[in-house]
Design a binder for this molecule. Structure first.
Ligand code: HEC
Length: 154
């Protein structure tokens, strides 16, 4: 049976298989969530709750329990905060926190703790929770834009 398949028809079969594979692959990338923002339910309630507990211990003494800031520590919610961060990504915000906060112990936060804190910040700032936890890895956070105004539906 195999012997009856000549060279040129083999080329056609292999070519067709490659074409089908590339069609499938390009279909997959076209469906990747293009331009997710903080409005797309990027964290869970559970994550925000853990973040809130950690925030009370590690951040509230300077930024206040309500995130509105105290003395020299700026607010982490509301107009001024949104103005500072809108147009950037959660990756940039996470990196700022990771390398400089808490100001009395910079560099002490783990990646999962960073994710929990971001979830708490987003929740207090009025962004909706979702069903999938925020992935705290830098590459994933860099995919999520911080937009203070909800983008028009696509
Ligand atoms: C010892 C006081 C102190 C603690 C504790 C602290 N911060 Fe800060 N934070 C500051 C000060 C002061 C600034 C502004 C100056 C600076 O950047 O160092 C700041 C700035 C920030 C900024 C930048 C805000 C902006 O819009 O520019 C973020 C975000 C932040 N802190 C998050 C946190 C988080 C999250 C925690 C808890 C893990 C935390 N901070 C704990 C004092 C503190």
């Amino acid at each position: 049976m195999v012997a009856s398949v000549n060279r040129s028809s083999l080329v056609v079969i292999v070519g067709a298989a490659l074409w089908a594979l590339s069609a499938v692959l390009s279909g997959v990338s076209a469906q990747a969530p293009a331009g997710r923002t903080v409005w797309d339910g990027v964290y869970t309630e559970e994550q925000a709750k853990r973040g809130s507990e950690l925030y009370t211990k590690a951040c509230a003494s300077c930024h206040s329990e309500s995130l509105t800031g105290l003395e020299s520590a700026p607010p982490l919610t509301g107009e001024q905060f949104n103005g500072n961060w809108s147009g950037t990504t959660l990756g940039e915000l996470a990196e700022r926190i990771r390398i400089s906060m808490p100001a009395d112990m910079p560099g002490s936060l783990s990646r999962p703790q960073l994710g929990d804190l971001l979830a708490h910040l987003l929740k207090v700032d009025g962004f909706p929770a979702g069903t999938t936890p925020l992935d705290p890895q830098a590459v994933a956070l860099a995919q999520i834009r911080f937009e203070s105004v909800r983008p028009a539906p696509r």
